[in-house]
Write a protein that binds this ligand. Structure first.
Ligand code: PLP
Length: 448
C-alpha cells in the first residue's frame, strides 16, 4: 500500500516504492536496491545521504551544460512568475519566435522553420506526420512509405517504434504502422572493432536504400529517418561517407531525409548538429534533450524552407497542418531553451566538446584489454564499451556494472544490453575524464 507514512514535504524521508512504475527499468530489481538521486550540481548527482556521483551520462543524454546552471535556473524561475502558460494554438508568446529564430540560425542551410513538441518521441511523430502531409499537399499522396533502420531508436510513440529497429521496443505492441521498411544497421565488429570516430568500413551500406527503392518504387516512399549516430542501441557512429550517400539517393528519388538528432544535436558531436559535422543537409531535423539541457521537457522539428512553404497555400484562415500539442512552445521550456543556447554560446561548449574529442577517445580506448571488454567505440563526447555477455544471461553483466558503478564507484553510467554508454556533460574536463576512466577500470577489474 502507498497510503502509509509518507511525508510529502520531506523528499528524503523513507518512501514507499510501490506506486511509481519506473519506465525502461526492471522495477523489482530497482526497488530491492534503489539508485536514488536527490540533488545535482554541475558534473555531479548527489544521493539523499549526500554522496557525490559523477554524471557520465548527462542525465539521459540531455544535461549537456551540466546540472543546475544558474542562468538556466534563473530564466526558468523568472518565466514561471511572468507567464506560466500561453496556448500556441491561434495565440503565441514572443519568446517562442525568438527561440525558433535561434534554432533556425543554429541549423545548417535553409532548415529555417521550427515545429515544437515536448519530447523526442513527439518530435519524431511530428516529423513523420509532416513528411506524409507534405507529399499530400504536393499532390503526391501515394508517397506514404517510411524507411527506418535496424537498431534505430526514435522514441516510443507508435510512429517512432514502427520506424525504429529495437526488437524489444516493438515486439509486444502489435502490427505497428504498415508500409514501413528498414535499412540494415551499420555495425560489424569484425570490420570495425575499436574504431575512433567514423568507421572506415560500412559506407556502402547506404546503397541498401537503392535496393529498398527498387523493391517498393520511389513513388510509394515518403521519407527515410535515421539517427546520424545511433545512440540508444549502443552508440554506432556513421561509417565514412554513409550519410552523404543516403542524401544522394534520397535526392535522386525525391525522398525526404530526416535526421533524428535528439541525441546528436547541441554539441554532443562537437557541433550544433550532426548535419553540420557531416556536411549533409537533411530535410528535417528532430531535436529534444539538449535544447533545454534537460531542465524542462521540450522537443521539436526543424524543417527546410521548401517543406514549410509547401503548406502555405489555400485560404489564409484555414489551418495548414492539423497537428500540435497543448504544450508546444511552453513558455517555461522556451525560456529554458533560450538561456541554454546562450550558455552554450557564451561558454563555447560545442567547440569545447570538439576540442576534447581526441582526449576523450584516448581515455576511453585505454580500457581496451580489460576483462570482458569486446569493443570500444567513440565519437564526439560519446563512448560505448561492449562487454562480453555472461553465458545464458544477456544483459546481466552490464546491469551489474551499472549498479556497482553507482553504489560502489560513485559514477552514473548508462547501459543497453551488454553495452555501457557514456556521454558526460560537455563541461567535463581533463581531470574528471581521468577520474571517470580510472573508476571504470577498477569497476571492470572487479566485475565477474
Ligand atoms: N530519438 C532519439 C534519437 C533518441 O535518442 C530518443 C531518446 O533517447 C528519442 C527519440 C526519444 O526521446 P524522448 O525519450 O524524449 O521521447
Amino acid at each position: 500500500s502507498v497510503a502509509h507514512q509518507i511525508d510529502p514535504v520531506d523528499e528524503l524521508s523513507p518512501n514507499d516504492l510501490a506506486a511509481f512504475w519506473l519506465p525502461f527499468t526492471p522495477n523489482r530489481a530497482f526497488k530491492k536496491r534503489p539508485r536514488m538521486i536527490a540533488r545535482a550540481k554541475d558534473l555531479h548527482y548527489f544521493t539523499p545521504d549526500g554522496r557525490a556521483v559523477l554524471d557520465a551520462t548527462a542525465g539521459l543524454w540531455c544535461c549537456n551544460a551540466g546540472h543546475a546552471r544558474k542562468p538556466i535556473v534563473e530564466a526558468i524561475q523568472k518565466q514561471a512568475a511572468e507567464l506560466d502558460y500561453a496556448p500556441s494554438f491561434q495565440f503565441a508568446h514572443p519568446k517562442a519566435f525568438k527561440l525558433s529564430n535561434r534554432l533556425a540560425m543554429m541549423a545548417p542551410a535553409d532548415l529555417d522553420h521550427v515545429f515544437f513538441a515536448n519530447s523526442g518521441s513527439e518530435a519524431v511523430d511530428s516529423a513523420l506526420k509532416i513528411a506524409l502531409a507534405y507529399w499530400n499537399v504536393k499532390g503526391k499522396g501515394s508517397k506514404t512509405r517510411l524507411i527506418g533502420r535496424e537498431r534505430g531508436y526514435h522514441g516510443v510513440g507508435f510512429g517512432g517504434i514502427s520506424v525504429g529497429g529495437i526488437v524489444n521496443n516493438r515486439k509486444f505492441f502489435g502490427g505497428l504502422l504498415t508500409g514501413v521498411d528498414h535499412l540494415p544497421h551499420t555495425y560489424n565488429r569484425a570490420e570495425q572493432a575499436f574504431s575512433r570516430g567514423e568507421p572506415e568500413w560500412g559506407g556502402h551500406l547506404a546503397d541498401e536504400l537503392e535496393r529498398i527503392v527498387a523493391l517498393h518504387d520511389a513513388s510509394t516512399i515518403a521519407a527515410v529517418i535515421v539517427e546520424p549516430m545511433a545512440g540508444s542501441t549502443g552508440v554506432l557512429p556513421p561509417p565514412k561517407g554513409y550519410l552523404k550517400r543516403l542524401r544522394e539517393i534520397c535526392d535522386k528519388h525525391d525522398i525526404l531525409l530526416v535526421f533524428d538528432e535528439v541525441i546528436t544535436a547541441f554539441g554532443r558531436l562537437g557541433f550544433g548538429t550532426a548535419a553540420e559535422r557531416y556536411g549533409v543537409v537533411p530535410d528535417m531535423i528532430t531535436f529534444a534533450k539538449g535544447v533545454t539541457s534537460g531542465t524542462v521537457p521540450m522537443g521539436g522539428v526543424i524543417v527546410r524552407k521548401h517543406i514549410y512553404d509547401a503548406f502555405m497555400n489555400g485560404p489564409e484562415h484555414v489551418i495548414e497542418l492539423f497537428h500540435g500539442y497543448t504544450y508546444s512552445a511552453h513558455p517555461i521550456a522556451v525560456a529554458a531553451g533560450l538561456a541554454t543556447l546562450d550558455l552554450y554560446r557564451d561558454e563555447g561548449l560545442f567547440e569545447r566538446a570538439r576540442a576534447m574529442e581526441g582526449e576523450w577517445a584516448d581515455a576511453a580506448m585505454s580500457l581496451k584489454g580489460r576483462r570482458n571488454v569486446a569493443d570500444i567505440r567513440t565519437i564526439g563526447l560519446v563512448a560505448a564499451i561492449d562487454l562480453d555477455p555472461r553465458p545464458g544471461s544477456p544483459g546481466a553483466r552490464a546491469y551489474d556494472a551499472m549498479d556497482r558503478a553507482f553504489h560502489d564507484h560513485d559514477v552514473m553510467i548508462r547501459i543497453t544490453g551488454d553495452t555501457i554508454a557514456l556521454s558526460p556533460p560537455l563541461t567535463i574536463g581533463t581531470a574528471e575524464i581521468g577520474s571517470l576512466f580510472d573508476r571504470l577500470g577498477k569497476l571492470l577489474d572487479g566485475l565477474d
